[in-house]
Write a protein that binds this ligand. Sequence first.
Ligand code: SF4
Ligand code: SF4
Length: 78
Amino acid sequence: MSSGKTGSKIKGYIEIDQELCKGCQICIAFCPKDVISLSDKLNSSGYLPVLFNDSGECTGCAICAVVCPEVAIEVYRG
Ligand code: SF4
Ligand code: SF4
């Protein structure tokens, strides 16, 4: 049964490609919801990538994906 979302709050989530990420942290600086943080595990290129913390706060605004120089972030909304 569908409850028919009225959508007063847009929910989003992102996927970060751990191997593409170079750990520049630009996305962390720009995310208005502060839901991206630095990993403590190196990727295979020797960078510390970033992780998404799905606290329910991400709006899918896509700012992180736009500013990422490595195009390592995919944004989903819904
Ligand atoms: S889509 Fe927006 S809110 Fe979600 S992680 Fe990216 S910058 Fe933050
Ligand atoms: S902006 Fe892109 S490359 Fe830089 S830390 Fe974020 S996901 Fe990684």
